[in-house]
Write a protein that binds this ligand. Sequence first.
Ligand code: EPZ
Length: 427
Amino acid sequence: MDQIIVQGNGPLSGEIPIAGAKNACLTLMPATLLTDQPLTLTNTPRLSDIRTMTALLQSLGAEVASLQDGQVLALSSHDLTSQHADYDIVRKMRASILVLGPLLARYGHAEVSLPGGCAIGARPVDLHLKAFEAMGAELDLRDGYVHAKAPMGGLRGAVIDFPLVSVGATENALMAAVLAKGTTVLNNAAREPEIVDLAVCLRAMGAQIEGEGTGTITIQGVDSLHGTTHPVVTDRIELGTYMLAPAICGGEVECLGGRIDLLAAFCEKLDEAGINVEQTARGLKVSRKNGRVRAVNVKTEPFPGFPTDLQAQMMALMCTANGVSELEETIFENRFMHAPELTRMGARIEVHGGHARVTGVEKLRGAPVMATDLRASVSLILAGMAAEGETVVSRVYHLDRGYERVVRKLSGVGAKITRLREVGHDE
Ligand code: EPZ
């Protein structure tokens, strides 16, 4: 397996281009199933998760062409041949469940493998399924698959009250509702920018949607949708990740395409920690004021709160902050797996359930560490960039799921980072 080698190397300087959002693209791509017209997505990120979603859609008979070095995807489900999403693909990526809503809405039936859990938690899909049942679908869970069937005449509009905020369930229900008969109201809906991006794309395809970005989304079903060309929104998690590079190493980096409105709660925490964030015409310029970073407390929450997907990276910053910081993870039940790895580098972290207490130390020391999930992997790289000596990160396939060309982007601002590719191992 490939490894990434990082040497601590002092302050950074330069600019990092931020790609289109993985988590927007993974819900925009299944939207092709809602129409027989072409859907073109631009500003798409070059990631293994996108290749997995591509393979899944192609297994259903959809056409997906990757153009312009992976930054444009041309999709069409004009000639779909199957509504069966197989376990072999779904088990690789939970977001595969997002084909269920569109398949039910357009074809009236679907067989989709249950995704199974993952390293950060059980991650059930009960809220997705309850939403479809509220819209009249009959669901039969057997052999590890959801066998779903819409009522005669298709899905019906419904009022759906989500008991907890779920990004995926909101996206699946939204895509099912756009072709349902009548009005659907999603209460306690997720408000993430990726959901707003999906709604903007669906509206451009002819859907009637109001309220995206708030806790209540109202959809008037239409008979059919047409195609469109849609630019994927900037990836706020990649953005926040790279904003932490100068915060941890010192210096100044401009993250091209960055927008403060995508990460307001995160930027407030950086300011509290003594990090300078400035919106420029090209993106977000981030620099560390002189002196050590101040320890701050963080509690992850659904948008617009502090993103759970930036908790591991923020912990890496707090490891060398001045003081004690308390991090509370409220979204997933097991999302501190980066803590023992950071401890190997000399960090002082105590984890109790959903709480982690980090006591800042002057410097971390490089060490061999192991990536355990997508966001934990990049937090170890960030920590290694400011540590004394060499850090070797293994299992970097986790990284390839959500960060395109990370070695090139970080080297470009002065990090000493290389990737050792295992001979013949196709990443
Ligand atoms: C999305 O996952 C993102 N993935 C995650 O990013 C992100 O961490 C998460 O939202 C929260 O922001 C994609 O968009 C592809 P949820 P999702 O449904 O939709 C529970 C990354 O690193 N829940 O909002 O799966 C669930 O267990 C990934 O890019 C149910 O109980 O997250 C969790 O505790 C990691 N039943 C909480 O809700 C359900 O039916 C929030 O999950 C659905 C969710």
